[in-house]
Design a protein around this ligand. Structure first.
Ligand code: BGC
Length: 794
């Protein structure tokens, strides 16, 4: 991969040569995008052939399809693989179209400027050597524009060369092998042609959601083509350009493509919008320049100076986050898909992963965090409806969400080890609603924006609190409330081995977080201006009795304990211990322990073995002090020892089958075991760069882990917390990190600089007319004014 001797390697991802087995991962890692769309870095001459997969995904473009097969009917809403705008190939006049792979190749992704460059050499059957230099961007400045520039140089020959630059609407969703057999065709052709001024165009319509997608391309050759013609057939449009090649003299073809859909704001119709933009788009140099300026802005806003050997991964993670969600996403009404817009894994659905992403974004791009919350707000009615259908009040957010906010989780999933289709109960992860509430509260803490809380946040927060209150059932024997029939984040446990119904009782994470939500909902009612409070309580028909119940349930939810630790759920101690030594010996990789056991005719439900952090999520979301206070408020004694034992206990029983697990464990171990924390941090940071979950990166990035790992630098190792109108710092730098410097946005201040080393923490505020901020470092609180800088000895 990268050459460590190159000076600015932390900003360039490089791949030498062509490796069929690596191609999927490289396509994802080198994908280019801008928050409106992402295109995988497939070779332009390739098509979906089992090795290459030229996917392009547009934020929010989903399509629902029903598949019938094997006696089952399955309905899925998929993030649609949109027309392939990159298709580009060539042939010497009497030769064959180049379909790859080239004889030599080097891919280089410039993360600082968002440009993918490919150097290649193609030698044809007659020994003609043609050099290829291709550059690709998805403009951050003009999100509807993508460009592929190709420079061709004949090394040892001269003569005519024919180039084919196409728009391919015949693509399908075939990127994930496990989903084969299900309906994969989402696009129906809706016309293609060439406008008089030379703009090639293609329109398709999604089969179920009836969205129109239009692409229009302008191909410009320098020196100009000697001949141009068009190839049109249903779902396909291509331009053929004949270029006169002279040995050693490069010719360039600039393919500028405009993309619009019927979901886009500020247009009349997608096709004319795409045609107009393609015709009047500036040239590549201009586009490159303004694109570079946007990336420079983005990088300034993301500034993290950390001197360590993971800087390339750090930049790569931020890069893909900002390619998936940027200011270009804000008005698109889209959430954060767990796997980015980089592939078809999890069908482009939105899970709870934004919990890991917004913690980072709130302090960098609060307007993006707010747009993500807006996506949930627009689906509040859908969440209310889902709760009603379950006979409950309030809002029940779906575990998997896509276009309209209904539950999109699968009914069945395939265990590739046994070949069996199994019922999928992951939808019982009701904790997703609390993640939405947590994000609202954190956003309010980071921005201090009471209007946000009053207009958007409060309504959701109160409805989520209402849902928890409705779901909690009184248990007279315990004189406590129980939440039954749910799943925690560890989705390996979806039922008691002795029960015939799915779901578990009193998952500690769910209950403690529900109690926190109920408390914040009550705080919110207090915080709102009287005017708005009265309006909201009236609108939602919340009366004093209901608020009293929230108070009561929030203080009396049951949390199970056993052997001096918090139990993952009620009855956890009755599960068997797995023979870890034997299993580790038999299977070097236990991350998919659920599949292994099921294939053996056993079930992971029988064992104390977790896929990912579950109870320990509590230590991720709350500081030890906050968590102890939460447990005490629930009437449980909680000392240091409890959290220490709980951490040890679950760490020994967790297989980290989700990339999110490494993020949480890095966090939880920061204070107790710094070296181990650092190892988890490195895993989280490189989970996609090194494809640590074996082959899953080819199906899309893992955005929660990507952002969560960066957030470990931003908030965990600095001990940064935002609560009670104060910015808290309690640095604990791992030994591999000598110094950290961050520029944050906090409560209307841009560029709040935080510098931490082993001895000092410094906070500096730039000059502005904003009010001072409260900063607390290891217990002492100080007000810092604009233009001031304060250092604290650690
Ligand atoms: C994890 C979930 C996560 C999902 C999407 C699953 O493997 O168990 O916690 O939300 O992936 O990233």
């Amino acid at each position: 991969m990268n050459d460590p001797d190159r000076p600015d390697d932390a900003w360039h991802l490089r791949f030498e040569g062509f490796e069929a087995a690596e191609e999927g991962v490289r396509e994802v890692l080198c994908a280019v995008g801008n928050g409106y769309l992402v295109s995988r870095a497939a070779a332009p001459e390739s098509s979906a052939d089992g090795v290459h997969y030229p996917g392009t995904y547009l934020a929010g473009v989903y399509d629902r399809a029903v598949s019938v097969g094997g006696g089952r009917t399955v309905e899925n809403e998929d993030l649609v693989n949109c027309p392939n705008w990159q298709a580009f190939t060539f042939r010497p006049a009497d030769g064959e179209w180049f379909t790859g792979p080239p004889d030599e190749q080097r891919l280089e992704l410039d993360l600082r400027r968002g440009v993918l460059t490919r150097h290649a050499l193609v030698v044809d059957r007659d020994g003609r050597r043609t050099r290829l230099l291709q550059r690709r961007i998805a403009s951050q400045a003009q999100p509807h524009l993508v460009v592929l520039e190709t420079e061709l140089t004949a090394e040892n020959w001269s003569g005519p060369l024919e180039v084919r630059s196409a728009l391919d609407g015949t693509v399908a969703n075939t990127g994930v092998a496990r989903y084969q057999g299900l309906t994969s065709r989402h696009l129906a052709p809706a016309g293609q042609g060439l406008k008089e001024e030379g703009t090639l165009w293609l329109q398709v319509t999604t089969a179920g959601s009836a969205l129109h997608i239009a692409v229009a391309a302008r191909a410009r050759a320098t020196p100009p083509a000697t001949h141009r013609s068009t190839e049109l057939r249903e779902g396909w449009a291509a331009e053929l350009l004949t270029l006169d090649l002279t040995e050693g003299r490069p010719v360039t073809v600039e393919k500028t493509v405009a993309v619009y859909t019927s979901r886009d704001p500020a247009i009349e119709a997608p096709l004319p919008a795409a045609q107009r933009l393609a015709a009047r788009a500036p040239d590549f140099d201009h586009l490159l320049h303004e694109h570079g300026l946007r990336w420079a802005e983005l990088w300034r806003r993301c500034r993290i100076e950390a001197d360590f050997d993971g800087e390339l991964a750090l930049h790569l993670n931020l890069f893909h986050l900002l390619q998936t969600y940027s200011e270009n996403s804000v008005d698109l009404d889209v959430g954060i898909p767990a796997r980015g817009l980089h592939g078809e894994g999890y069908r482009g659905h939105v899970f709870w992963d934004e919990l890991f992403v917004l913690r980072l974004l709130n302090l960098r791009f609060p307007e993006l965090a707010r747009a993500v919350i807006g996506y949930r707000h627009r689906r509040l009615d859908a969440a209310r409806q889902t709760a009603r259908e379950a006979g409950l009040r309030g809002a029940m957010y779906p575990w998997q969400s896509a276009s309209d906010g209904r539950e999109e989780s699968q009914q069945l999933h395939l265990n590739p080890l046994s070949g069996r289709w199994l019922p999928d109960h992951s939808r019982l992860q009701r904790h997703v609603g609390s993640a939405v509430a947590y994000n609202i509260w954190q956003h309010y803490q980071a921005t201090g924006d009471l209007d946000f809380l009053a207009t958007t946040g409060a309504e959701m927060l109160l409805e989520i609190a209402r849902f928890w209150s409705a779901l909690a059932a009184h248990d007279p024997a315990r004189e406590r409330y129980s939440i039954r029939g749910v799943l925690g984040p560890d989705e390996y446990h979806d039922a008691y081995p002795w029960a015939d119904q799915p779901g578990l009782d009193d998952n500690a994470y769910t209950n403690v977080l529900a109690s926190w939500v109920l408390a914040r909902a009550l705080d919110t009612v207090e915080l709102l201006p009287d005017y708005r409070r009265d309006e909201l309580l009236e609108r939602l028909a919340i009366d004093r009795a209901e608020l009293d119940r929230w108070q009561e349930v929030g203080r009396r939810l049951h949390v199970p304990f056993h052997a001096g630790v918090i139990s993952q759920f009620e009855g956890y101690e009755r599960l068997a211990e797995l023979d870890w030594t034997a299993y580790r010996r038999r299977y070097p990789d236990l991350r998919r322990l659920d599949r292994i056991l099921e294939a053996e005719g056993d079930s992971v439900n029988r064992y104390q073995a977790s896929k990912q952090a579950d109870v320990l999520m509590l230590c991720y979301l709350f500081s030890p002090r906050e968590l102890r206070d939460l447990l005490r408020r629930l009437g449980y004694r909680a000392g240091h020892e409890l959290l220490r034992h709980t951490t040890d206990y679950y760490l020994r029983r967790t297989v980290h089958g989700s990339t999110l697990s490494a993020v949480v464990h890095a966090w939880v171990l920061t204070r107790a075991d710094r070296r181990r924390s650092w190892r988890f941090f490195r895993d989280a940071l490189r989970s996609d760069l090194l494809d640590l979950q074996h082959g899953t990166t080819a199906e899309g990035v893992h955005l929660g882990a990507m952002a969560g790992a960066v957030d470990l630098l931003q908030r965990c190792y600095t001990g940064l917390e935002i609560r009670e109108d104060t910015l808290w710092l309690d640095p604990r730098l791992p030994s591999a990190l000598g110094r950290l410097e961050l520029d944050l946005r906090y409560r209307g201040h841009w560029g709040v600089r935080i510098t931490v080393d082993r001895h000092t923490a410094t906070v500096s505020l730039p000059e502005s007319h904003q009010p001072p901020i409260q900063v607390a470092v290891r217990g002492s609180t100080t007000a810092i004014h604009p233009g001031e800088s304060r250092s604290f000895t650690l």
